[in-house]
Design a protein around this ligand. Structure first.
Ligand code: PEP
Length: 255
């Protein structure tokens, strides 16, 4: 088992290029001795090249897109392609974030096309899954996760693709915990994570399940990360609001 902690920032629609550059220049010296974990930053597209340039050559730091289209190019106004992300030195892409699913209507089949496309362009997809409050209250959490994962990861044959599959990261983000200040307790999150790991074993195999990174996201802060990271199946975090402040994000990274 080789699961290094993975700390990811999702800046959503915050920060200009100048603000993003200033953040990275402030962050890098603070974390120069942190070598035992990986750090990913997903700025808005306009600041993505600046962030990719700033983290270039820093072994444990990566830039990520917050979304992408699955086609390489075409008449898709407002979209960004995997080729364009690779072109500016991006290694990761967040796919199926709950804001994409619930505000912009992305469904599992659409997200699956993006996952397949990311992998075929050597981009590591961070596939987000998670139930809404009404799903949880109706006892449907596991069913929702099963649907999102089996459909989102559809069409990836294990044979001959294990190196590709190793790139996949899953982020469990209960929708009711995103941006609300309500965090799942470590025990609730661990239940979902261990269920997800079992599903990954069903979809792929036990070796992939043991090695895949499963991140928790939903109102993660420096005050709650330690408890979450103690859980066996929580390998890292995807952080929205609390990743916008450099001092707070440094504390999260150094949990
Ligand atoms: C997110 O955007 O993925 C997220 C988890 O946001 P927040 O940390 O603000 O809840």
């Amino acid at each position: 088992m080789d699961r290094r902690p993975f700390i990811a920032a999702n800046w959503k629609m915050y920060k200009t290029i100048g603000e993003a550059e200033a953040f990275i220049m402030d962050l890098l010296p603070r974390i120069k001795d942190v070598k035992d974990r990986d750090i990913m930053i997903a700025p808005p597209f306009t600041a993505l090249q600046a962030v990719a340039n700033a983290v270039k050559g820093i072994e444990q730091c990566f830039a990520a897109g917050q979304n992408m289209h699955f086609e390489q190019n075409g008449a898709f106004t407002g979209e960004i392609s995997p080729v364009m992300l690779r072109d500016i030195g991006v290694d990761y892409v967040i796919l199926g974030h709950s804001e994409r699913r619930h505000i912009f209507g992305e469904d599992d089949a659409f997200i699956n096309k993006k996952v397949l496309s990311a992998l075929s362009h050597d981009l590591a997809p961070v596939l987000c899954v998670g139930e809404r409050l009404e799903d949880r209250e109706a006892g449907m959490t596991e069913e929702v996760l099963r649907q999102q994962l089996t459909k989102g990861l559809n069409g990836i044959a294990v044979e001959g693709n294990s190196d590709l599959i190793k790139k996949i990261i899953i982020a469990y983000e209960p929708v009711w915990a995103i941006g609300t200040g309500k965090t799942a307790t470590p025990e609730m999150a661990e239940d979902a994570h261990s269920f997800i790991r079992k599903l990954i074993e069903e979809i792929f195999n036990s070796t992939i399940a043991e090695n895949i990174l499963i991140l928790y996201g939903g109102s993660v802060k420096s005050s709650n990360i330690t408890g979450l990271m103690k859980e066996e199946d929580i390998d890292g975090v995807l952080v929205g609001g609390a990743s916008l402040d450099v001092e707070h994000f440094e504390r999260i990274i150094k949990f």
